[in-house]
Design a protein around this ligand. Structure first.
Ligand code: NAP
Length: 296
């Protein structure tokens, strides 16, 4: 059981990870941290976390190791690389990947861990940078029930909605469902604002009406005000959203289902990235509408 006071490894201290790791320190866990760029872990080290040169070192003596890196390739390196977590972890250490990544890779990493007695859970999150800062993340888990039970209190430090969705990969499939829903919501938010402005309305006033009714969504409530303020900082990177939509489309093709709304959202975001928006927050989609360039 990963109880407060026990050692937790933490790999990936970016926009999401730095807040999530901070909550674990607040809750009394002892952290061993690793990040590709060391400086980004410095605020956690200043608060008592131990710096580790490799992911494998972060697993030393740990009851559990949490990872939240960028892409599937990063997950593969952190888990299956020569200095990686699967080779370095003692049997029984629970590895928890909170990156949004491929369900197929999650199953592969789970199998590699199982072969050496190391349980691996996929546990991606939703709730954005705000949810990470305020410890209000939704956490979608796939893996073995016993491993899940042993780390559920640890996960609850980072968010109240923690659900075991099924076996290995089920957390990532749930997250894909989440991203498909957000893809539509982001187009909805942009088009609602573009329409309100074209109709000569005050878009901020429009938001006070439509966020209070049945049109509301997390995207509308949190991102539409940033769109209107011209605040396109991440938040949630465009490049990461494109990664998610590509994974979801690949999975949907394997399942032989058509998702034309998702295909449209991906095309629009790829256009935004081609115009230099890859490192912006996903609310920068609005810039395409401002330029009247969203015609397909
Ligand atoms: P981010 O700021 O880029 O953080 C990722 C961190 O992982 C970076 O600090 C990066 O190091 C580190 N990293 C990447 N590969 C590594 C490796 N091989 N070894 C060690 N460290 C490595 O991204 P984020 O916004 O926190 O997102 C992280 C993940 O959560 C992504 O999969 C994203 O899709 C997902 N997510 C994000 C949000 C959101 O709103 N931001 C919400 C839900 C889910 P560097 O410092 O060198 O870049």
């Amino acid at each position: 059981m990963a109880a407060p006071g026990s050692i937790i490894g933490f790999v990936g201290t970016g926009v999401m990870g730095r807040s999530m790791a901070g909550h674990l320190l607040d809750a009394g866990y002892r952290l061993r941290v690793h990040n590709r760029t060391r400086e980004k872990a410095a605020p956690l080290v200043d608060r008592g976390a131990v710096w580790c040169e490799t992911p494998g070192q972060a697993a030393e003596g740990a009851a559990a190791v949490i990872t939240i890196v960028g892409y599937p390739a990063d997950v593969e390196q952190v888990y299956l690389g020569s200095d990686g977590l699967v080779a370095a972890s003692a049997p029984g250490t629970v590895l928890i990947d909170m990156t949004t990544s491929s369900p197929v890779l999650a199953q592969r990493v789970h199998a590699a861990g199982a072969a050496v007695g190391v349980p691996v859970l996929d546990a991606p999150v939703s709730g954005g940078d705000v949810g990470a800062r305020e410890a209000r993340l939704t956490i979608m888990v796939g893996g073995d029930p016993a491993a899940f039970a042993s780390v559920e209190p640890l996960l609850r430090v980072m968010g109240p909605n923690v659900v075991l969705q099924g076996g290995p990969g089920a957390g990532q499939h749930t997250k894909m469902s989440n991203q498909i829903s957000i893809a539509g919501a982001m187009i909805g938010a942009c088009e609602a604002l573009a329409y309100a402005e074209a109709a000569g309305l005050d878009p901020e006033k429009v938001l006070t009406s439509i966020t209070a009714g049945s049109a509301n969504s997390w995207s509308l409530a949190n991102y539409a005000p940033r769109m209107l303020a011209g605040d396109f900082a991440p938040g949630f990177y465009v490049k990461h959203f494109i990664k998610d939509m590509r994974i979801a489309l690949e999975c949907s093709r394997e399942m032989a289902i058509d998702l034309p709304g998702l295909e449209l959202a991906l095309r629009l975001y790829e256009r935004l990235a081609e115009r230099g928006g890859a490192d912006s927050g996903t609310q920068a989609l609005y810039l395409l509408y401002k330029e009247h360039a969203a015609r397909l």
